[in-house]
Design a protein around this ligand. Structure first.
Ligand SMILES: Nc1ncnc2c1ncn2[C@@H]1O[C@H](COP(=O)(O)OP(=O)(O)OP(=O)(O)O)[C@@H](O)[C@H]1O
Length: 260
């Protein structure tokens, strides 16, 4: 077990507004986290610090043993896989799916990293196969459906064998069938012996894949509850997080919630 992320009293202030408020959080490489919270809770901001895209305004964030601010983040970022809609928007629509996956290291870091110049087509083909995308390898990215684009994003973010995989709302805007297919893929990936630490942001408990181990509930930039799903995901904590009376239903390890 290796610690990959350690936040001590991390705060972020933007334009006079406190977006994250003294967050203390630790992630080990054998943990798969879901971050849940309402709109504006600070989830994406938390992920951006974990991705070394942003320094906290106060407190200390250590990512992969490096203290942000004291390290060259360009050296750190290739060790982190990040899939988000904002990143998908940066992919040229006419780029072939195979090339999108092969340029993962470039697109995530913003500049090419020599370490990854050896990414070869065979490896990319294998990753595409693992994410059920091999039949789309020659298609232009812009012609794919939302669900297919999400899977390409995740394929490209796992391409470099990251030590931390960050997923910002990977199931957003997918229909029920596409969402279930994606959650099954994530669930299988999370349970592979060599998979990285995973941190996934979502709004819905229905989107917690089987095999995920921990949950962090965030509201107004503060942690309401964090820890193993069995103890941290409670009706009381969910109700406080979303400001509603919430009933939580568990069936065979999957969750559903409704306001009562
Ligand atoms: N540069 C900024 N200046 C002022 N406020 C900001 C800035 N960037 C973000 N915020 C605010 O910080 C809050 C948290 O934003 P963040 O994107 O982290 O939330 P989120 O939990 O991911 O929300 P959502 O679920 O809607 O995506 C929001 O209220 C947002 O408006």
């Amino acid at each position: 077990m290796v610690n990959v992320l350690h936040f001590t009293d991390v705060s972020v202030v933007r334009g006079g507004t406190t977006i994250l408020d003294s967050v203390n959080w630790s992630v080990d490489d054998d943990q798969r986290w879901v971050i849940l919270g309402p709109n504006g809770a600070g989830k994406t901001t938390l992920l951006q610090i974990a991705a070394a895209f942003m320094h906290p305004s106060a407190g200390q964030a250590e990512v992969l043993d490096e203290t942000l601010g004291g390290t060259d983040v360009f050296e750190l970022r290739p060790r982190i896989g990040f899939a988000s809609t904002a990143m998908a928007r940066k992919v040229p629509a006419k780029e072939k799916v195979l090339d999108v996956v092969m340029t993962a290291a470039y697109s995530v870091t913003g500049r090419w990293n020599e370490e990854y110049e050896t990414i070869d087509e065979r490896r990319a083909q294998r990753v595409l196969q693992e994410w059920n995308l091999d039949h789309l390898a020659e298609r232009e990215f812009g012609t794919l459906s939302d669900g297919e684009q999400k899977r390409v994003q995740i394929a490209r973010s796992v391409m470099t064998d990251p030590e931390i995989l960050l997923l910002d709302e990977p199931a957003a805007s997918l229909d029920l069938g596409a969402r279930e297919a994606l959650l099954q893929l994530l669930s299988g990936f999370a349970q592979e012996p060599n998979s990285p630490a995973i941190i996934m942001v979502t709004h819905h408990v229905e989107e917690i894949p089987l095999g995920f181990t921990h949950v962090l509930l965030l509201s107004g930039g503060k942690i309401v509850s964090a820890g193993p799903i069995g103890t941290a995901l409670t009706e009381t904590a969910l109700s406080e997080t979303f400001g509603l009376n919430i009933e939580l239903i568990e069936t065979d390890g999957r969750f559903a919630a409704r306001a009562v």
